[in-house]
Design a protein around this ligand. Sequence first.
Ligand code: 5GP
Ligand code: MG
Length: 185
Amino acid sequence: MINADLEKVILSAEEINSRILEVADEINRHYHHTVREIILITLLDGAIVFTADLIRHLSVPLRLDCIRVSSYGNSTNPETAPRILGTLKSDVEDKHVLLVDDILDTGNTMQKVFSEVAAKKPASLKTCVFLDKPDRRQNNFQADWSGFSIPDEFVVGYGLDYAGRYRELPYLGTLKPSIYSQSSS
Ligand code: 5GP
Ligand code: MG
């Protein structure tokens, strides 16, 4: 049964789960035998579902840290200048860091977080995103690993929300246009 607010499913739970195994495998091969441990920084709230599934297939030992970046609020348009809210608990200097986000859209969020973390002089800094919307990019940011490339459509599910809802859906889809014209109550 698909959620009644969805117009269509773009990625099924099965497609997502099998791609995550492939991405985890690529990450494992990259770090295998070369690093003892990584610090994986996940961007709240959207990336928690992807991160939770991904890390259970990683063989490189890791420490998990979280960062929160100001979000869309209740709209579907990105803020032009994302702000990092709060601080990391880890000291990343000389550590191998992997940044994980739900979606690379304009690229502004990743660019901002990447440069702030890079300034702390990690031994290496890599990025992994669940989704990539290359058509929307406002800079030349590219993730080292990406789950799926998708067209320019606003998507929900698998951690991604609209006005705080739909994160729990195990698949990814688009909303019916009527949902955007309703109030959030
Ligand atoms: P960027 O800074 O790359 O434009 O946007 C990154 C953030 O915007 C993502 O972490 C995500 O929270 C949000 N975002 C971008 N596109 C979508 C989308 O299609 N659906 C949802 N739910 N959030 C999105
Ligand atoms: Mg986000």
